[in-house]
Ligand binder design. Sequence first.
Ligand code: CU
Length: 445
Amino acid sequence: MNRRDMLKTGALVGGAVALGAANSGAAESQWSESYAGVAQQPALAPGLPGKDYTPVITPDISSLPWKVVDGVKVFHLVAEEVWHDFAPGFKGKCWGYNGAVHGPTIEAVEGERIRIYVTNKLKAPTTVHWHGVFLPNGMDGVGGLNQRAIQPGETFKYEWTVRQSGTFMYHSHHDEMTQMAMGMMGMMVFHPRKPSPDYKVDRDFAIMLSEWRIDPGTSTPNPNEMNDFNVLTMNAKCYPGTEPLVAKMGDRVRLRFGNLSAMDHHSIHLHGHYFKITATNGGRIPTAAQPPGSTLFVPVGDTQDVEFIASEPGDWAIHCHMTHHVMNQMGHDFPNVVGVQKEGFDQKVRDLLPAYMMMGEHGMGEHGIHVEAGHMEVPKNSIPMVGARGPFDYITMGGMFTILKVREQLASYDDPGWYKHPPGTVADVASVDELRRDLGKTRPG
Ligand SMILES: [Cu+2]
């Protein structure tokens, strides 16, 4: 079924009404509630999943567990060194939280009181800043300014009443350049206490965008890098390590992106669909002002939410459109050899420089294929610069790339495998008859 058929059957129309027109004044009233000093009011009862909110999905990362103690929702973050899998065959010696990189997503509900213990198991002091969050100044986590740093072995306590809803982040705010480059960040989602009708979605995904410098053959991220990042990640995974996003036809889908890359903004493009930009780190955008798009600009230090109806079946790419951000461990200091024959040259250089990987005569797409075929080796603890084997051919993208899988029928939201295309809907080699009929050619090519 294509988009036009769906319009005819009303499947998309129903969804579009929910997405576009159903917004009452509820979102606006949340704004005034948020700004009207809820801090002065007594906290509300802790919100419960399934009753007060639908939990978000953070692909490749989980949500932080909590328990309620005397009406307060209590969380515990543990800052520690973590061996992290960026993709099969490629590990990093990173810093994260609770055994994960990035840290687990913290979910809470507007109006409730939360208490977050932070235990520092690193060898370095640290703090945690709650990014975009309204809270008492002494809970803001800027080392030296709002608190003293948490020393190794200490546990600090942060506590406040949640006064807003939306997509937020947390990250170290002590020696930021080092600690964020090592992975110390996570997503935070505060659900509205009284959601507007258009807030509810079927699939609610949170994705942190970040970047790293890990030279081929090494495993510790290099915090000194300022320009040439070579590992670009969604939830700390680079393709083909990223878990796909799965949706059923007609599902309302929200994607919440946060960007805590050191130096780069990202331009996230969704194939096959358009979305509406529904929120920034400053809260929900009133419905009438939500711009449509298919590419989302996510600046460093911001969050952006988009929402759309999964209306087109298939396997659709979602990726940063900056072409160097969909490469893995690429070095940028080798010569341009597109169109140059260079037989034997690679091996000669690699005898001297074992970590050397060179661009191919026909570009970079050859790289993954040569590695796959065993014609070429990548250095220890590294992966091909591009992609993985797809259903038709080699996918020549890596890094900040994942796949939205939309299906008409789904038994569960587990990865359904590759899309089975209806006959006649895949681009393929043109027949001689077609060439003759349409292009007046008697031979292919
Ligand atoms: Cu990018």
